[in-house]
Each structure stands twice: as structure tokens, then as C-alpha cells.
Design a protein around this ligand. Structure first.
Ligand code: FES
Length: 123
């Protein structure tokens, strides 16, 4: 099946997540969960010269939510904050390359939602 390669990539990110862990004194921090299943994600962002110099996540959840936030952190690194704020659901769909039901879309966009909330507020 044509989606196999993407499903493998998702499983790989799930098993070996990129940018996992917290960052001390982040410039941006966000936390959120999916109350239905309990998946839980925190995102830490460091900004330098208007760009995302470091980003990481912590949490637990299903393969899609964890792989999606792992891929998202890879993508966000090096982006300007302005550019990163434009990341949307279509961007997440593009990253995952698999068809997503309404339920799976909630899993896939949990990390994005947490990042968007974090990016809306500097502490
Ligand atoms: Fe909870 Fe996927 S099952 S976010």
C-alpha cells in the first residue's frame, strides 16, 4: 500500500522521537491534552534573533500524537516565529501524508494546538 512508507515513518518517530525532553528556561511554553484519551503534550521553545533556535516536547500518547509532535518540532526548528505561527492543520497533514479521520486528526494536531497556544504568549 502506498501509505506504508509514511506509516513506517510515523512509527519510527513514535519509537524514537526527535527533540524529546524539556528545555530549561524556555522563551515559550505550552501544555495541553486530549481529555478524551488523556494524551498529554508540553512544548518548550527557545527564541534567538526572532528564530526558533531550539524546540522540544515532552508527554505521552498515541503513535499519531507523538509522531506528529516529533515531526513538528523538526519542522519548527530554525523557522522565524512569524513563519512558525502560520503552521496549520494543512501543514500537519502534509507532514504525515496519511488519510486522517476526524478522531485521528485530533491526535495529529494536539502538538500543533499546544505550540499555537505557546506561540501566542511569551513568558
Ligand atoms: Fe489520544 Fe491520539 S489517542 S491523542
Amino acid at each position: 500500500m502506498a501509505y506504508d512508507i509514511y506509516q513506517e515513518e510515523i512509527l519510527e518517530h513514535y519509537k524514537n522521537p526527535h527533540n524529546k525532553g524539556s528545555i530549561e528556561h524556555p522563551d515559550l511554553f505550552g501544555h495541553g491534552n486530549n481529555p478524551v484519551c488523556g494524551d498529554d503534550i508540553s512544548i518548550y521553545v527557545k527564541i534567538s534573533d526572532g528564530k526558533i533556535s531550539a524546540v522540544s516536547f515532552d508527554g505521552r500518547g498515541c503513535a499519531i500524537s507523538q509522531a506528529s509532535v516529533s515531526m513538528l518540532t523538526d519542522k519548527l526548528k530554525g523557522m522565524s516565529l512569524e513563519e512558525a505561527r502560520k503552521m496549520d492543520i494543512d501543514g500537519v497533514k502534509e507532514m504525515l501524508h496519511i488519510p486522517l479521520s476526524a478522531v485521528r486528526l485530533k491526535c495529529a494536531t494536539l502538538g500543533l494546538k499546544v505550540f499555537q497556544e505557546a506561540a501566542g504568549e511569551t513568558r
